[in-house]
Design a protein around this ligand. Structure first.
Ligand SMILES: Nc1nc2c(c(=O)[nH]1)N[C@H]1C(S)=C(S)[C@@H](COP(=O)(O)OP(=O)(O)OC[C@H]3O[C@@H](n4cnc5c(=O)[nH]c(N)nc54)[C@H](O)[C@@H]3O)O[C@H]1N2
Ligand SMILES: Nc1nc2c(c(=O)[nH]1)N[C@H]1C(S)=C(S)[C@@H](COP(=O)(O)OP(=O)(O)OC[C@H]3O[C@@H](n4cnc5c(=O)[nH]c(N)nc54)[C@H](O)[C@@H]3O)O[C@H]1N2
Ligand code: SF4
Ligand SMILES: [Mo]
Length: 681
């Protein structure tokens, strides 16, 4: 059995060492890091030059990651609940006792209601191949627990990319300077992937035009040639109007459509209703500006569209991604460096997880966006045991109040395995302390560039924290789920993964910390890489998807706003957290961004305390009145912890748990709210 004290490659050789590693957090960049350690303590976290894309500099968030490593919220020991659920009082116990208790509850749940009454809950955006989907997967699969559909992010864009192109690798950061036109669609690299900034600036310096589609005036929107400040959730109309423009004005690449695509006629028909005037009206933008964007797209080559995630987080998210990603096929933009589409390359390594030996059983599947529902309503079987790791759902998943009601259930046994005492961990029956990426190994995935790097421990594990593979290996062993020759912990799993990586990748990673490109150079779409569809053609239409979307493919579902709740609340990435990670650190007052017209209509002043509310919940915070957000839309940062507002409630408390049209994704930006001044107490 793996022991917590397992020896690992440590920083030795004098009181000050500089250790190279990489950042695995959920950010497309995957920076190489250089960490200074003095007397076994981290004193500085900085960028390293090993990764040419991240070029030696890092974000302010990770510079202060040591505040998480050594912070007051860090979990140091396993512990079991003493007080009420949510109160946060725990009693320290030994690992052995905690894991025995968990194993016992697993056995009991299986006996009473079957394995599916156990719900494992993880997203793992900030986790590489070593801290997710190996021994944890073995545990869930072999014990026969419920399955989890990981849909909180990228499900709609992923479904669209899969349907159209079979997830063909997309344009990487390095090729942006080749583009003559860049469209940033629902993406804000200034917060969410800062190493893309210099590549876009370089393209602009070389004369590229820039179009930004975003309800907010992001830093790039300020320097854009066209900024379409759309109403949240209307992108499908805007993209279809551009398609119509291409078709009607003879700019569609008919030869490419004939040779390389199926279904263009249906797309053409469905786009036809979206005249510039109609789309502009629905999206709340100027028809002239929309036409200018379409014309720029028609006439520029190489033209690159970056399909972000901001436009996917609503009822139309799947169709929005379909229409955006279909643009380069209709416009004939592939086949040149810098032309085509650019999005997450998180599946572009061509790595199938051969190290997971057991196939997924056919047990009940739970959509992770329905956690609250699962905990409060599911009966066949009920959720008796919830095991949360690599996620903080109280802060990050729709319908916060319902999730809290579920977590308060006395008959629910909740395990939270995390680095810090998160909003979710406060409700645990057992908390288990996890190592951070500075205390364990992982493979950091660059999904902007396509790279893999080895993240390695730079200090000893803090307290009694342990890496995921050790803990899941230990649980598997206790439950008798592993065969004699199978890996049981972090180091042997790492070696196994290295062995099973394809081609040169494993060898390169063994060599140490440096980004491993998976292609000879950065791939050009339709030259180096092609759709991974059965006949290598683009599937612009699919009957099956058409039947699965509530109103069909390339269709727009109207805005859910009502007279009582007329404002769209969005919650994009901020420069303070990665999702909710680092949200425990002190921060200035949280502010709701609101346009001056909306504030005036409500008699609100800058700095006022306000309540943001709908039928699901309410949030109290300060108001920031700014023309940087369009009228009708208000914004709170994503990933807030409950303590960071005035009433212990955050943006997700206002988010319905409805699902996107394709992919079953979260509709964070379909929150419709009203805002009023908060009467002072
Ligand atoms: N600093 C930081 N970096 C991060 C993260 C983080 O939390 N913090 N998270 C990481 C993760 S998990 C992800 S998925 C990515 C996300 O990175 P992005 O793709 O940048 O996604 P978001 O931050 O959700 O939103 C991007 C933009 O979409 C806009 N937007 C909102 N609704 C709409 C809409 O309906 N249409 C359009 N066109 N735009 C809209 C927002 O105003 C915002 O400027 O970033 C990653 N990087
Ligand atoms: N309102 C709103 N909410 C959103 C979004 C939005 O746009 N608006 N966007 C969503 C998006 S894009 C995403 S990706 C999700 C992400 O949501 P989550 O998956 O919940 O991501 P995090 O909040 O980063 O939480 C990850 C947790 O895993 C822990 N952790 C990290 N590494 C390890 C490890 O090795 N072992 C263990 N045991 N634990 C570890 C961290 O400490 C952290 O508490 O949030 C979503 N939430
Ligand atoms: S979060 Fe992104 S920018 Fe920051 S260090 Fe990690 S990879 Fe680099
Ligand atoms: Mo995400």
């Amino acid at each position: 059995m793996a022991s917590p004290a397992k020896s690992r490659a440590l920083t030795t050789g004098g009181p000050t060492t500089v250790v190279d590693t990489a950042c695995p957090l959920d950010c497309p960049d995957a920076c190489s890091l250089s960490v200074t350690v003095q007397n076994r303590k981290i004193v500085k976290i900085d960028g390293a030059k090993a990764n040419p894309v991240t070029d030696g500099y890092i974000c302010a968030k990770v510079r202060k990651f040591d505040q998480r490593v050594y912070g007051d919220d860090r979990l140091l020991y396993p512990a079991v609940r003493k007080g009420r659920k949510g109160e946060g009082t725990f009693k320290r116990v030994a690992w052995d006792e905690a894991l025995e208790l968990i194993a016992e509850r697993f056995r009991r749940a299986k006996k009473e209601h079957g394995g599916a009454s156990i719900l494992p809950y993880s997203y793992g955006g900030s986790n590489g191949f070593l801290t997710q989907d190996n021994l944890d997967a073995q545990l869930w699969r072999r014990f026969g627990t419920s399955r989890l559909e990981r849909t909180v992010c990228a499900a709609p864009t992923g479904a669209a990319n899969m349907a159209l192109y079979g997830k063909m690798p997309s344009i990487t950061y390095q090729d942006y300077p080749e583009a003559k036109l860049i469209i940033l669609w629902g993406v804000n690299p200034s917060a969410s992937g800062i190493h893309l900034i210099p590549y876009i600036r370089e393209a602009q310096k070389r004369g590229a035009k820039l179009v930004v589609v975003d309800p907010r005036t992001t830093p790039f929107a300020r320097s854009a040639d066209v900024h379409l400040a759309v109403r949240a959730g209307t992108d499908v109309a805007v993209a279809l109007a551009i398609h119509r423009y291409l078709f009607v004005n003879g700019h569609a690449d008919e030869a490419f459509l004939r040779e390389h695509t199926h279904g263009a006629d249906t797309l053409r028909e469905r786009a036809d209703e979206w005249t510039m005037a109609r789309a502009a009206d629905v999206a709340g933008v100027d028809a002239g500006a929309l036409e200018q964007a379409a014309e720029l797209y028609a006439k520029s080559s190489p033209a690159l569209v970056r399909c972000g995630w901001g436009h996917e987080r609503n009822r139309n998210g799947g169709n929005s991604a379909m229409a955006i990603l279909a643009l380069p096929a209709v416009g004939g933009k592939f086949g040149v460096r810098g032309g085509g589409y650019s999005m997450s390359n998180s599946t572009s390594w061509g790595i199938d997880k051969t190290w997971i030996a057991t196939a997924e059983p056919d047990t009940r599947a739970v959509n992770m966006n329905h956690l609250g529902r699962a905990l409060t309503e599911y009966t066949d079987p009920p959720v008796d045991v919830l095991f949360v790791y690599n996620a903080n759902p109280v802060a990050t998943v729709p319908d916060q109040r319902r999730i809290l009601r579920g977590l308060e259930r006395e008959d629910l046994f909740t395990i939270v395995f995390d680095q810090v005492m998160t909003d979710t961990a406060l409700y645990a029956d057992v908390v288990l302390p996890a190592t951070t990426f500075l205390e364990a190994y992982d493979f950091a995935k660059g999904y902007g560039p396509i790279s893999l790097e080895l993240a390695k421990p730079v200090i000893d594990a803090i307290g009694e924290s342990r890496p995921n593979a050790d803990v899941f290996g230990d649980l598997c062993t206790r439950l008798g789920l592993l065969k004699d020759d199978e890996p049981t912990g972090e180091l042997d799993v790492m070696l196994k993964i290295l062995d099973e990586m394809p081609g040169h990748v494993g060898a390169d990673l063994r060599d140490g910390v440096r980004p491993t490109p998976l292609y000879g150079s950065t791939p050009i779409q339709f030259v180096d890489v092609f759709p991974n569809t059965p006949d290598r053609k683009v599937q612009l239409f699919s009957e099956a998807l058409d039947a699965s979307a509530p109103m069909g493919l390339y269709r727009y579902q109207p805005d859910p706003a009502t007279d009582r709740h007329p404002l769209a609340l969005i919650s994009p990435s901020s420069d303070r957290t990665i999702s909710s990670t680092l949200g425990e650190l002190p921060r200035p007052d949280v502010q709701l961004l609101m346009h001056p017209d909306d504030a005036a209509a409500r008699g609100l002043d800058d700095g006022d305390l306000v309540r943001i509310f709908n039928d699901l919940g309410e949030v109290h915070c300060k108001l920031d009145i700014t023309a940087e957000i369009r009228p009708g839309v208000v914004s709170l940062p994503k990933g807030l912890w409950r303590r960071s507002t005035r009433n212990n409630s955050t943006g997700t408390a206002l988010v319905p748990d409805t699902l996107t049209d394709l992919g079953g994704g979260a509709c964070f930006n379909d929150a419709r709210v009203q805002v009023a001044s908060l009467p002072s107490a």
